[in-house]
Design a protein around this ligand. Structure first.
Ligand SMILES: NC(=O)c1ccc[n+]([C@@H]2O[C@H](COP(=O)([O-])OP(=O)(O)OC[C@H]3O[C@@H](n4cnc5c(N)ncnc54)[C@H](OP(=O)(O)O)[C@@H]3O)[C@@H](O)[C@H]2O)c1
Ligand SMILES: CC(C)=CCC[C@@H](C)[C@H]1CC[C@H]2C3=C(CC[C@]12C)[C@@]1(C)CC[C@H](O)C(C)(C)[C@@H]1CC3
Length: 591
């Protein structure tokens, strides 16, 4: 039997590749796991990682090659920077920025050698794949070739420039999106979702309109194409979006700072969502007072959905086109595959803005979310009209109040959305544009739509149990989201000092007690309990009003696994340690 070779011994100082990049740091070998053939190494900041042999280079060979590449004293200094050392200097830097400040191996040797003769090379190779490298203009690379002044011996000024350029390069490196593994079934998956999502919305709306919406009556008959089009409905949707846009830009409410971007910049967001829903309610009340019949929304639901769909397609096309004019640091990590359909679907640009108007933030928090409450309210009026009631049914009231609470809470704590995955990591493309403008307002309202034609009387104990469930879910959801948001905004907040956390090489820490010590996604747990409380008032006669619950389980399980891989990539062994300590993902002792 062939014995595995042990190339590096415990205690050896070697250069270890930083996961997901081609950057090497000085690390100490702690041991080799004979079974997995992985070396455990420790970085200078104490981060432990397991590396394959091919991701390790001997320090001697590495340094001699690197030294010949750079004769600048400052360049030599940068060679020994560890993630932790750089992090300490600027705690807000991201892992990529940190990594970029370290020595790299990726400059093609021919070009590198050509530069050696007369220049001090300060090029630090950013974390990027070949696909992304194309997105970085060639001129950027030329910029880092600083000619040495041969005779004056003024190394100080050269050194200062080198330092400056290193800073710039580190920023650029941090900003350049490396490719991340494709999500949602990759390129083929993107075609599928582009067709499936609108088809699914259509199915839900046609099915709920059937005289008996049970699945035995699947598929519902398709109406003629003209049935989808109504210019007045399109006008109302445009008016609603414009009205919300005006409220968003009004200089009312707080200007909140987003999380640091890869470039280190922090965007500002007008978080006046609560103000927007209050003014919207007053405007709707005024329109009703003037004689506008809100049940129009129920009777023209298909046309309003179609109009919003058209707008989401136009918006996604605009977003995709404009992303080609965006600087590399403005692109999302996940939507830069180079495949048109995938990037169109997933979103190419991270925070598309027209001046200070943030399109992703606006679409996620305003027209669809506030529209959801408006539609629910219209369904309550439609129920009274159709069922000949003087007041909406208890089930309808519960669904309305529960979902109103969810939306109002989201708008009240609008700042908290700035630390969520969508805002921090996902690009703005078809998925979110369609999700925000069509999916949320026209499918999250399905329970209320269903109750218009299918009333479900509730006994008092059932009512009490459902309300309790909702409140428990809401408590978990709100507390856990606020805890993470407060910790991300100010990790040294004294109100959080009782919580334990694990430091990571990026400078950020992970909460390991409190809500985030119970399960890895306590906020999802609370959200799921609330979702259950939204479906229960509709009873068990049909599967349709349970659609949200089923969809939500799938969505959150998928989001959790997406987030897990992203955090594993970002935090390495610290994330593994977190997962070892907090074993369950969403439901304690179950999942
Ligand atoms: N109603 C709906 O349709 C719907 C759909 C989706 C989500 N939601 C809700 O929206 C909210 C936001 O969800 P989200 O999917 O964006 O996920 P999230 O849980 O808010 O954010 C995940 C991020 O939190 C940070 N994090 C993870 N574990 C941590 C820990 N132990 N300590 C500190 N930070 C930690 C990580 O980011 P960093 O480390 O980079 O900061 C991670 O990427 C949730 O409440 C969810 O239920 C609702
Ligand atoms: C089209 C499909 C299948 C997916 C798009 C997903 C999209 C609808 C959701 C992704 C993140 C969600 C979200 C909320 C609404 C739905 C999403 C945009 C949220 C704004 C709802 C209100 C909450 O209080 C919240 C925590 C602010 C939510 C943030 C995430």
């Amino acid at each position: 039997m062939k014995m595995p070779t042990v190339k590096y011994q415990r205690g050896d100082m070697v250069m270890g590749r930083w996961p997901g990049s081609n950057l090497y740091y000085e690390v100490k070998v702690l041991g080799l796991d004979a079974k997995s053939q992985l070396y455990t190494v420790i970085y200078k900041d104490g981060t432990e990682l397991e590396l394959k042999e091919q991701d390790i280079k001997s320090a001697a060979g590495f340094q001699s090659r690197s030294r010949s590449r750079s004769r600048s004293p400052s360049r030599r200094r940068s060679r020994s920077r560890s993630p932790a050392r750089t992090t300490r200097r600027s705690s807000s830097r991201t892992a990529a920025a940190v990594a970029a400040a370290a020595i790299t191996e990726s400059a093609p040797s021919s070009r590198r050698d050509a530069k050696l003769k007369d220049s001090v090379e300060v090029r630090l190779s950013p974390l990027k794949s070949e696909a992304v490298a194309e997105a970085v203009p060639e001129k950027n690379q030329g910029r880092y070739n600083l000619r040495r002044r041969k005779d004056d011996g003024d190394f100080k000024s050269v050194e200062a420039k080198v330092e400056q350029l290193e800073e710039k390069e580190a920023k650029l490196a941090a900003a350049t999106p490396p490719s991340t593994p494709l999500d949602f079934g990759g390129k083929i998956g993107a075609y599928f979702w582009l067709l499936f999502l609108p088809a699914w919305v259509l199915f839900l709306l046609l099915q709920v309109n059937l005289e008996d919406p049970s699945l035995a009556n699947f598929p519902p008959p398709l109406p003629p194409l003209e049935a989808f089009w109504d210019v007045q409905a399109l006008g109302f949707v445009i008016l609603w979006i414009l009205f919300q846009a005006v409220l968003y830009i009004l200089p009312v409410g707080k200007l909140s700072e987003g999380m640091p971007l890869r470039s280190g910049e922090r965007l500002k967001y007008r978080t006046n969502g609560f103000f927007a829903i209050v003014v919207s309610s007053v405007a709707v009340a005024a329109a009703m007072h003037k004689g506008f019949d809100l049940t129009y929304i129920h009777s023209h639901f298909l046309q309003l959905t179609a109009a919003s769909f058209i707008i989401s397609i136009l918006l996604s096309t605009y977003l995709y086109v404009r992303s080609h004019y965006a600087a590399p640091e403005q692109l999302a990590l996940g939507g830069s595959s180079g495949n048109v359909v995938y990037d169109f679907f997933k979103g190419h640009e991270l925070n598309p803005r027209i001046k200070n108007f943030d399109l992703k933030f606006f679409c996620e928090m305003r027209p669809g979310l506030i529209g959801w409450c408006l539609i629910n309210f219209a369904m309550a009026l439609a129920e009274m009209k159709h069922q000949g009631l003087n007041a909406p049914s208890h089930s309808m009231i519960l669904v309305n109040l529960f979902q109103l609470l969810y939306v109002v809470d989201g708008l009240w704590n609008e700042e908290a959305i700035l630390t969520t995955m969508d805002l921090m990591h996902d690009g703005f493309g078809f998925m979110l544009a369609f999700g925000d403008l069509v999916w949320v307002p026209f499918t999250y309202t399905l329970q209320a739509y269903y109750l218009v034609s299918w009333p479900n009387p509730l006994s008092l104990p059932a009512l009490g149990a459902i309300v309790t469930l909702k409140l428990v879910g809401f408590y978990i959801f709100r507390k856990s989201n606020s805890e993470k948001n407060a910790f991300r905004r100010n990790p040294s907040d004294t109100r959080l000092s009782h919580l334990r956390n694990i430091p990571t090489a990026t400078g950020k820490s992970l909460l390991v007690s409190g809500w985030w010590g119970v399960v890895r996604h306590p906020n999802y747990l609370g959200d799921l309990l609330m979702a259950l409380a939204w479906s229960l008032p509709c009873g068990f006669s049909h599967l349709l009003p349970w659609y949200y619950m089923i969809y939500f389980i799938i969505l959150l399980v998928h989001r959790d696994s997406r987030d897990m891989s992203e955090c594993r990539r970002k935090y390495g062994s610290a994330w593994d340690e977190y997962c070892r300590t907090v074993r369950y993902r969403i439901i304690p002792r179950v999942y």
